[in-house]
Design a protein around this ligand. Structure first.
Ligand code: PEP
Length: 294
């Protein structure tokens, strides 16, 4: 792994590995042409997800929907909101069509005797096009393993869903210099299950666990470093074509104040937003940071 990353990164980006699995930028900002991107996946747009998690009630969600509907969203962005499952139908019937919808999770296989779970086919049947899988809270609190997330991803794709697949390291892992090793291990488990064609319906969400819900955002340079490393890994593990096309979101304390600097980073193709997605006007500002992405 170490050898491969070193080889790939020195060939395709202005990054080098200063020590085991830690990326250091050669220059603070990636230079022109460093990202070998021809076009981004799907619509090719910046892609922002709003993960409402297990928050809200009928009243607060009605207000959030009203505020989101009132927001002007640039044409340069694809936006996907993920309400709690029980509110999905209500949000679906009231939220403006400029926003798509996602579930926050689904089961690993077909429906049946799996109490409390929702099958991918049910989401498709209910016209929910997206699902978030592998969120660090599900990995840490519900014991979801890399392999399980890989299998879920495959099942959801085969059922017809698009997937925001979350990866990211804990603080201990970052401090141990394991950031890319962890991210690539989590991604490899997905690569083991899905085909090259499947990647057209996958967005990678890089979410450092230490930045989620903590107010500690990764610096634009830190995020860019990891995104470049992830893209280099995809180039080797899947193909150059997929690496060029796949959209990589950053998630972790993104807010209306820090989104512009993050969006300017070359390998940041969108955001996955938790807390700030619950405040309509802030989320609209974050979506419109797409205008700073080039
Ligand atoms: C998340 O949970 O996906 C997330 C990014 O949360 P927050 O924006 O609150 O850090």
């Amino acid at each position: 792994m170490f050898f491969f990353l070193h080889t790939t990164l020195t060939l395709t980006s202005p990054y080098y590995l200063s020590n085991k699995n830690q990326l250091s930028p050669v220059s603070a900002k990636a230079g022109a042409g460093s990202r070998s991107v021809v076009a981004m996946a799907g619509t090719g747009k910046f892609v922002v997800g709003g993960n409402w998690k297990c928050n809200g009630n009928s009243k607060s969600i009605a207000k959030l929907v009203k505020d989101l509907n009132a927001g002007e969203i640039t044409a340069d962005v694809e936006v996907i909101c993920a309400p709690p499952m029980v509110y999905l139908p209500k949000v679906q019937s009231t939220l403006d069509r400029k926003y798509q919808l996602a579930a926050q999770n689904c089961w690993v296989g077909a429906g049946g005797a799996f109490t409390g779970e929702i099958a991918a086919e049910m989401l498709v049947d209910a016209n929910i096009p997206w699902v978030i899988l592998g969120h660090s809270e599900r990995r840490a609190l519900c014991g979801e393993t890399d392999e399980f997330v890989g299998k879920k991803t495959k099942y959801a794709l085969d059922a017809g869903l698009s997937v925001m697949a979350c990866i990211g390291e804990t603080l201990d892992e970052r401090e141990a210099g394991q950031t890319l090793a962890v991210c690539t291990r989590q991604l490899q488990a997905i690569c083991n299950e899905i085909t090259e064609t499947d990647w057209a319906k996958v967005v990678i969400a890089y979410e450092p666990v230490w930045a989620i819900g903590t107010g500690k955002v990764a610096s634009p340079e830190q995020a860019q470093d990891v995104h470049a490393g992830i893209r280099a890994f995809v180039s080797k593990a899947v193909s150059q074509r997929v690496a060029s096309a796949v959209r990589i979101q950053y998630g972790g304390s993104v807010n209306a104040g820090n989104c512009e600097a993050l969006a300017k980073q070359e390998d940041i193709d969108g955001f996955l937003v938790g807390g700030a997605s619950l405040v309509g006007s802030d989320f609209v500002t974050i979506c419109n940071a797409a205008r700073f992405n080039n």
